[in-house]
Design a protein around this ligand. Structure first.
Ligand SMILES: [Zn+2]
Length: 453
């Protein structure tokens, strides 16, 4: 019952995302491609706002962080050193009855026996390891010497460039490297809309430190990251912190927290914060034979830094923002009738469009010119949507569905037709409360800037 309600909610969210241009199926006119998605005009703005704020918070506002942008295809030896070539796999089983493929760890189990989630049969093949990395080849020869992978995570570039970044940025421990970029995993069963897809974007930090600070810094990053989610409109109460027990952690990790969000399809992981000790740098020192150590001046010797890794998904967070913002409420329309208002209550900082600008009537050249002038003044500073068609109530509703926090309507007053007191003022309408106020045109830009920064 509850589950049904949740899946109906998810269906309405998916439908809104397509209708309003947040998310489309990749290659839709050719039937799509399972596990791949395109972001439309509103979706790309949402994602960009998310990535920009993450970058600002984690790189520009911190003295101890620098950024980098690594290539997607790297030397194959990177993935041999990291262990991905050998062990980055899921257990794959086939159902002998209906011929569907499944991840063994995702199948229902009764009395120690796994069952096909499609037909219910227990006639399954033994699980075999299926490597999740997409393969390709560099150059014209498709042989083993030219085998490359599309990176399954952005993290490795930050480890293999550790020495170059250290030497050029002149950072001292503790310091971190941040990166945002695409990663690829050939998931057996992509599912839950954009949540588990085969091409996705990550926002990752590798924070290098002394061994004795690792556990403390892991807890500091946990606090930092929880604050980030609050600052983009995902309240603390909606996030579950999972302290992963030792038996489920990677053998080299001394602490791992998963941050999970309550999606309509279930509580699922948004971000992992892992204390990875000196595992990654040690592996690359061993495999490359290059000195990736750090000279610790206080101790007068070389050490291998430890690392804390907060790793978040862009697409997952964008989906959480949409799910969190989605609301339907019953309101009274212009003519006293009740209707359902669909509204995305994005934090103004994340909203794809910050402000709609409308002339009250499109056949009054004075109003149109004034409204276009206001839109042009605001546009260099934020995403604006100018709209002059339809009744004003309809235009507000369209912006509610896009999650636009503010709308400015130019009525007759800026022209002084209602007397001098209202001259050079407009109506500013607030999305959530649907209240309106008169605001001098000269105050619009500073007010909107402050609210959406
Ligand atoms: Zn089956």
């Amino acid at each position: 019952m509850v589950k049904e309600k949740h899946s109906a909610r998810m269906e309405r969210i998916v439908s809104l995302c397509k209708r309003r241009g947040f998310i489309f199926q990749s290659s839709e006119i050719y039937g799509g491609l399972n596990g791949f998605w395109d972001y439309g005009p509103l979706g790309v703005e949402l994602k960009r706002n998310l990535k920009d704020f993450w970058w600002r918070r984690n790189v520009r506002e911190r003295e101890d962080m620098v950024g980098m942008d690594g290539s997607i295809i790297m030397n194959r030896r990177v993935w041999q050193a990291s262990g991905h070539e050998e062990t980055f796999s899921d257990p794959l089983v086939d159902c002998r009855v209906c011929n569907t493929r499944h991840r063994a760890d995702q199948l229902p189990e009764r009395d120690g026996k796994k069952y096909c989630s499609h037909c219910g049969s227990s006639n399954l093949t033994a699980p075999r390891a299926f490597n999740l990395m997409f393969k390709s080849h560099t150059g014209p020869l498709e042989d083993d010497d030219n085998l490359v992978y599309l990176r399954p995570e952005t993290a490795q570039a930050m480890f293999v460039q550790f020495r170059n970044v250290l030497d050029t940025s002149r950072q001292k421990l503790p310091f971190g490297i941040a990166q945002i970029g695409k990663a690829f995993r050939n998931e057996i069963n992509p599912r839950n809309y954009t949540f588990r897809s085969r091409e996705f974007e990550q926002m990752e930090i590798e924070y290098f430190c002394h061994a004795e600070d690792g556990l403390r810094l892991t807890d500091e990053w946990l606090k930092e990251r929880l604050k980030f989610y609050e600052d983009i409109g995902i309240p603390r109460s909606k996030i579950t912190i999972k302290d992963i027990p030792e038996s489920e952690r990677a053998f080299y990790s001394k602490k791992t927290y998963d941050l999970e969000y309550e999606f309509p399809f279930g509580v699922s992981e948004l971000e992992g914060i892992a204390y990875r000790t000196d595992y990654d740098l040690s592996r690359h020192i061993e495999h490359s034979g290059k000195p990736l150590e750090y000279f610790d001046e206080a101790a007068g010797r070389k050490i291998i830094p430890h690392v804390v890794e907060p790793s978040a998904g862009v697409d997952r967070t964008a989906l959480a923002l949409i799910c969190e913002a989605f609301d339907e409420e019953t309101v009274t329309g212009d003519k006293g009738q009740t209707e359902t208002r669909t509204v995305l209550r994005f934090h103004p900082r994340m909203a794809p469009i910050k402000c709609g600008v409308f002339p009250l009537l499109k056949n009054k050249p004075d109003l149109v010119a004034k409204a276009r002038g206001i839109a042009a003044t605001l546009r260099p500073h934020m995403q604006i949507f100018y709209d002059e068609t339809g009744a004003i109530g309809r235009r507000y509703r369209r912006q509610d569905e896009a999650g636009t926090p503010f709308c400015v309507t130019v009525d007759f007053d800026p022209l002084g037709e209602n007397g001098p007191t209202h001259k050079e003022t407009v109506t500013l309408r607030h999305r959530d409360a649907m209240t309106q106020e008169r605001v001098p045109i000269s105050e619009l830009l500073p007010r909107l800037m402050a609210a959406t920064l």
